[in-house]
Design a protein around this ligand. Structure first.
Ligand code: HH2
Length: 287
């Protein structure tokens, strides 16, 4: 294990067997997510898919009730909870029994509080406490883990001509600042994961620079979570639509592992687990 992951949140203490990574399976209970919108909108379909992801080797299930694709319309807290609560309540006990962590993908305090009460132990806040700073207190009181992600602006505007002088330095500065905010508000540093926010207010070149220079974020001393799965930069490079982006997803995550990422948020769990096992075993042999 790297230094940054040895003191990690629950997530990495539950990493796969001998390995130092955790695969986070995506469970979007939404009508409009960019690649699987509508597929798991019914609670029964979402619950069945969650079970499949666990069987495929997910160590974390990331349950979300609002799409953050570019231009996505905002969803009320009540609607987000209506979508996610039955899934959290059904899968929570099963996941805990299987040693799998439940994550809630939200930037709203009301949804965070309800999800923590229903058994979630990771809050995946794509706004990194910018929209609802009170999430820090909820996380601190519950003893949960917290993922802070970089996003430039908000989902409605973020892809309008994104610009950085040095994307890696600016993402790093933002994550450092939000990490300090979280710890100042009572979240123990060892509970925090950091995420460069692939696709959130970034061009193809920005996304590639963040993956290629991910090591620079390790200086912040926290484990890195990354979400490249099926994202549009893969489509722009390969010419494939969302259904044909598995190979690009695997390649980007393997490189991200080599550059220090340890938690991988993906739609297709089984191939990702195998690819990372082979990568990790090979790198271990080489050291
Ligand atoms: N990406 C998405 C959603 N949540 N959370 C983290 N920490 N990192 C990410 O990169 C990330 C995330 C977007 O992907 P998806 O959930 O598949 O789509 P949508 O937002 O349309 O539901």
């Amino acid at each position: 294990m790297t230094d940054s992951s040895s003191s990690a949140a629950h997530v990495l203490r539950a990493a796969s067997g001998d390995f130092d990574f955790a695969v986070m399976g995506i469970l979007n209970v939404t009508p409009d997510s960019f690649s699987d919108g509508g597929a798991y909108e019914e609670p029964s379909a979402a619950i069945a898919h969650g079970r499949e992801l666990i069987a495929e080797g997910a160590r974390i299930l990331d349950i979300g009730g609002e799409s953050t694709r570019p231009g996505a319309p905002p969803v009320s807290p009540a609607e987000e909870l209506r979508r996610t609560r039955p899934v959290l309540e059904a899968l929570g006990p099963e996941a805990t029994a299987a040693g799998v962590q439940i994550s809630i993908d939200t930037s709203k305090a009301e949804v965070t509080a309800a999800a923590l009460a229903a058994g979630a132990s990771l809050v995946n806040d794509q706004a990194a406490l910018r929209y609802a700073p009170e999430i820090a207190g909820l996380v601190a009181d519950s003893g949960a883990d917290l993922c802070l992600m970089h996003m430039s602006g908000d989902p409605r505007t973020m892809q309008r001509d994104p610009h950085y002088d040095d994307v890696v330095a600016e993402v790093k500065r933002f994550l450092e600042q939000q990490l300090r905010f979280a710890t100042d508000h009572g979240v123990p540093e060892e509970r925090v994961l950091l995420d460069p926010g692939i696709g959130f207010g970034k061009t193809v070149e920005h996304n590639l620079a963040l993956i290629a220079r991910l090591d620079e974020l390790l200086a912040l001393g926290r484990p890195i979570l990354i979400g490249t799965s099926r994202k549009s930069f893969i489509g722009r490079i390969t010419g494939r639509d969302t259904s044909g982006r598995l190979a690009g997803t695997l390649a980007s995550n393997i490189l991200a592992y080599e550059h220090g990422a340890r938690v991988f948020r993906v739609h297709e769990v089984a191939p990702m687990v195998d690819a990372l096992k082979v990568t990790a075993a090979t790198l271990r042999q080489a050291r």
